[in-house]
Write a protein that binds this ligand. Structure first.
Ligand SMILES: [Zn+2]
Length: 330
């Protein structure tokens, strides 16, 4: 039913334009139940391009989960009526770009209900239990591959964040595949404002999970320490916890490893975002706080700095990381 080349995702948009007025006025999906009947249906356009849209006053019956009213692009048999290439709501184009840069690690699956499904495939060598043999050419290949995967993961996260920030929903499914096992996107990648969810999971299921996870965080400080096993170094950051009486507002996390390795992967310095991949675990006690998340890394491929086109935007997008409303379920 769904061709390989056709991307059928729809975006539930919170805003639109009426073109029967001079000048055109913006309308909000929140007004659909009370005012929608008065809007001429042929005269509604995307807020950012000329695509025709329709108002959907959705009822709980339409989906398993109740959904607020929204606008959607009017489907046209045989294509057409697409969002403009540069339109904010042109999700097909944005995903095309992410896929093209993913080195084939972002796969699209067929699904029976027509909803697009995307799967981010992680290199086999990075299964949960495996430590990476250092110094071989094989490691180099996996390292390059994983860095691409992490950058792809960060771009997907930025895309989803971007739409969530506008209160727009993308009607599609994302997942990651770790060592042949499917992991739901929200259980695989944690953006700064959702790190507390990982913290909770590790409290409940911990001290470690059955699969690796990727965490986007802002590095704030690096320090070295000497022990009987040699000199190690760590780069730390903080993340917000949901406001609760009597508990701290922020918690710390740290990426730990051999001195030279940490120097290398955090070469871009602090005050910027990185993504750390591997078996994150929860550590009780310690010099800094009661609980902290930790990741021991063994390969440079486990950390990527978010430095390309996603780089500038997360700084503003993820700045308000205490924004805890509308979080998807744990
Ligand atoms: Zn548009």
């Amino acid at each position: 039913m769904v061709g390989d080349t056709t991307h059928r995702a729809t975006v539930a948009m919170p805003e639109a334009r009426r073109i029967d007025t001079t000048p055109p006025v913006r309308i909000s999906a929140a007004d659909i139940p009370t005012q929608g009947h008065a809007w001429p249906s042929q005269m509604l356009r995307c807020a950012h391009c000329e695509a025709k849209v329709q108002a959907i006053d959705s009822t709980p019956k339409e989906r398993t989960r109740p959904r607020r009213p929204y606008f959607r692009r009017t489907p046209r048999r045989g294509g057409g009526n697409r969002h403009a290439a540069e339109c904010l709501y042109n999700v097909a184009e944005r995903i095309r770009v992410i896929r093209a840069e993913s080195d084939d690690s972002l796969r699209r699956d067929r699904s029976r209900n027509g909803r697009p499904r995307y799967r981010l495939v992680l290199p086999e060598a990075f299964g949960p239990a495996e430590l990476i043999a250092r110094g071989s050419r094989g490691e180099q290949v996996v390292a390059e591959r994983l860095t691409t995967v992490l950058n792809t993961a960060a771009k997907i996260a930025a895309l989803l964040e971007d739409y969530a920030e506008r209160d727009a929903d993308i009607d599609m499914e994302w997942s990651a595949e770790c060592g042949g096992e499917r992991v739901e996107w929200l259980n695989f990648l944690y953006v700064p404002q959702r790190i507390w969810v990982l913290h909770r999971r590790l409290e409940r299921e911990g001290p470690a999970l059955g699969h690796p996870t990727a965490v986007v965080f802002r590095a704030t400080e690096c320090e070295s320490s000497t022990s009987s096993t040699g000199v190690s170094r760590s780069c730390a950051g903080t993340y917000a916890l949901p406001p609760e009486p009597g508990s701290p507002e922020v918690e710390r996390l740290a990426v730990v490893g051999e001195h030279e390795l940490i120097e290398r992967v955090f070469a871009q310095g602090t005050s910027r975002f990185y993504i750390g991949y591997g078996m994150w675990f929860r550590e009780r006690g310690g010099p800094v706080g009661p609980t902290r998340l930790r990741l021991h890394i063994y390969s440079a491929a486990q950390v990527a700095d978010i430095s390309d086109e996603v780089g500038d935007r997360p700084l503003s997008r993820w700045r308000q990381w205490r924004r805890l409303r509308d979080l998807p379920g744990e």
